[in-house]
Design a protein around this ligand. Structure first.
Ligand code: 1GP
Length: 242
């Protein structure tokens, strides 16, 4: 039987964890090996790769991950330059919380011919940026405004619109290194109003915050900074609901 697609795995009724690796922080081989060993030992489900700047090659990072593990690698592109055929899939992000046409459709047009020819599994994703206490790189670089932290109704309406427009996933993002993660209330209300999988990331720095995001309705939680700052903490990760 064929392996389920990444998207089918997102749709499984199982809480999943993704680790974000930024090529600008993760190319050093020993450090990368350590992160992969840890990820394997706690049983993470996906590596997301991407970042806001491009000092190092995304393709090289993906090749290095692929040499070391069978965990699927999904591109989480910060820009059109962050595309590579070597990954398993790509989140085709439309920044629907913003009003910058380049991040809603412009970059997608530029990338489409390459993506069409590639073997990547392309997953249309409504990407919703939520204000988090500090101006994050994604907010600054995308030249968009994040939805205010307390505006649950606006985030929910945005997620509903994303689903109605045909997005296959909604990604609620506080931004890497956010001072506070997306609130439980916002996660729960968005989840209650959509029928597609919900990814939540940004500013999640403890197991309690991770479990809180899962309990509120996240299907996939994404962590990044914690792996740089406090990898030991992750050793106590147990899949939510088991
Ligand atoms: C994933 O960008 C985040 O959505 C990662 O955020 O680095 O704050 O964990 P952190």
């Amino acid at each position: 039987m064929e392996n389920p697609s990444i998207y089918q795995n997102f749709c499984r009724n199982k809480k999943q964890l993704a680790v974000l690796l930024d090529p600008d922080k993760s190319l050093e081989t020993i450090a990368l090996q350590k992160k992969i060993d840890l990820a394997e030992s706690i049983g993470i489900d996906y590596f997301f790769v991407g970042g806001s700047l491009i000092a190092n090659s995304l393709t090289i990072l993906i090749q290095q991950i692929k040499k070391r593990t069978a965990i699927p690698v999904i591109i989480f592109p910060g820009s059109v330059i962050q595309i590579s055929d070597n990954a398993d899939g790509l989140l085709f992000l439309s920044l629907i919380s913003g009003r910058n046409p380049e991040f809603l459709i412009g970059n997608h047009v530029i990338a489409a011919p390459f993506l069409k020819k590639s073997n990547l599994e392309i997953i249309s994703t409504g990407y919703i940026l939520v204000e988090s206490g500090v101006q994050t790189s994604v907010e600054y670089m995308s030249n968009t405004k994040a939805i205010p932290h307390s505006k649950v109704d606006i985030a929910t309406a945005t997620a509903i619109a994303g689903e109605l427009l045909g997005n296959k996933l909604i990604y609620l993002e506080a931004g890497s290194g956010a001072a506070k993660p997306v609130s439980s209330e916002m996660i729960a209300e968005v989840k209650r109003n959509i029928s597609i999988p919900l990814i939540v990331g940004g500013g999640i720095r403890s197991l309690a915050q991770m479990n809180n995001a899962f309990a509120s309705g996240a299907d996939v939680v994404v962590i990044g900074t914690i792996l740089e700052e406090n990898p030991e903490m992750l050793k106590n990760y147990v899949r939510f609901g088991t």
